[in-house]
Design a protein. Structure first.
Length: 156
């Protein structure tokens, strides 16, 4: 008999939900999503050189933040995986981006003596990214390769 009582409660619950659904469906206070937003429909802008440069400049700013963290506490610095710079014999090695992008003339990696040199290099690299069309092309190609790897990894 308990089984029969349980079964009779389910239709009551379904009817209650249906009644609630009908009330919300006809409620005039609810927005009509499509009607409200269809007039705002637009094509999503395609990423261009300016976007790639802006993204790269944000990455450079992140590197400057990491550099400041390292400078403040060299022994406590734990973000080596994110940093483009490393301590090496004779100073600091600096890669151009995570993918070691060629900034022109085969320049992908340098070794400098001081943290000030690292900071100056990052500043100059930012200016180079804004002005050199060939470097912007290299940034674009790097981004395409990275996107291809992500798509390939998710397709597996």
């Amino acid at each position: 008999m308990a089984e029969h009582e349980h079964c009779t409660e389910v239709p009551d619950l379904v009817q209650a939900v249906a009644a609630d659904h009908d009330e919300t469906a006809i409620s005039p206070s609810k927005s009509h999503f499509i009607e409200k937003w269809a007039a705002k429909r637009a094509e999503k802008p395609k990423a261009g050189a300016a976007d790639m440069v802006a993204t790269f400049l944000r990455r450079l700013e992140r590197q400057k933040t990491l550099l400041a963290e390292f400078e403040a506490d060299p022994s406590g610095f734990k973000s080596w995986r994110s940093a483009w710079f490393r301590k090496v014999n004779g100073g600091f090695g600096v890669s151009i981006g995570y993918d070691r992008i060629d900034a022109g003339g085969g320049l992908r990696y340098i070794v400098v003596e001081t943290l000030r040199d690292v900071s100056e290099f990052l500043d100059d690299l930012g200016h180079h990214a804004q002005t050199d069309k060939n470097f912007q092309r290299a940034l674009s190609e790097s981004r395409s390769r990275r996107a291809g790897r992500r798509v390939g990894a998710t397709a597996v």
